[in-house]
Design a protein around this ligand. Structure first.
Ligand SMILES: Nc1ncnc2c1ncn2[C@@H]1O[C@H](COP(=O)(O)OP(=O)(O)OP(=O)(O)O)[C@@H](O)[C@H]1O
Ligand SMILES: [Mg+2]
Length: 154
């Protein structure tokens, strides 16, 4: 599934729809270059899980926990230099965890990403204006396939 958005608000709204469908144990990986809109999308997803409070880039903290309809964990692996750091932080407890986990820079921690995860690849659309983004959504297992199907029917 691929969609295009024209503003941060549209990206966030898509995230919210996805977040509303998520259940404990679901893992959503957000990939794409710096400034592509991963945190913006994460804000929407976390909002959809009922999370309250601000969603910022957890660059220095690595893991932010958000209570809500289901607990949600916002993980940013950008600063992790190696997977040993991820192990030291106990990231495996969140992947999957007792809540929803949203991961930025998942490619930095490949060994920690569960086999069944929903992936969103965000990219700028050069030439289409500064606020245009493409969001390519894919699934890697039965649960994420189901989410993807539900998402494309909405
Ligand atoms: N359609 C859009 N969707 C999402 N963000 C957009 C869009 N158009 C413009 N933006 C802007 O792009 C920026 C995206 O920043 P954001 O922090 O979400 O990116 P990121 O992928 O998380 O970056 P990083 O790799 O540094 O974590 C924001 O300033 C946002 O306002
Ligand atoms: Mg970010």
């Amino acid at each position: 599934m691929e969609l295009r958005t024209s503003s941060p608000g549209e990206t966030e709204a898509f995230g919210r729809r996805l977040g509303e469908m998520l259940e404990p144990g679901d893992v959503v990986c957000l990939s794409g270059p710096l400034g592509a809109g991963k945190t913006c999308l994460a804000r929407g997803i976390l909002g959809g899980t009922g999370a309250t409070g601000p969603v910022s880039s957890p660059t220095f903290v690595i893991i932010h926990e958000h209570p809500g309809r289901v607990p949600a964990y916002h993980i940013d692996a950008y600063r992790l230099e190696c997977q040993d750091d991820a192990a030291a932080l106990g990231l495996e407890e969140y992947l999957p965890g007792e809540g929803v986990s949203v991961v930025e820079w998942p490619e930095n921690i490949p060994d920690f990403i569960p086999p069944d995860a929903l992936w969103v690849r965000l990219e700028r659309l050069p030439g289409d204006g500064p606020d245009r983004r493409s969001l390519a959504v894919s699934a890697t297992g039965p649960r994420s396939e189901r989410l993807l199907e539900e998402l494309s029917q909405r």
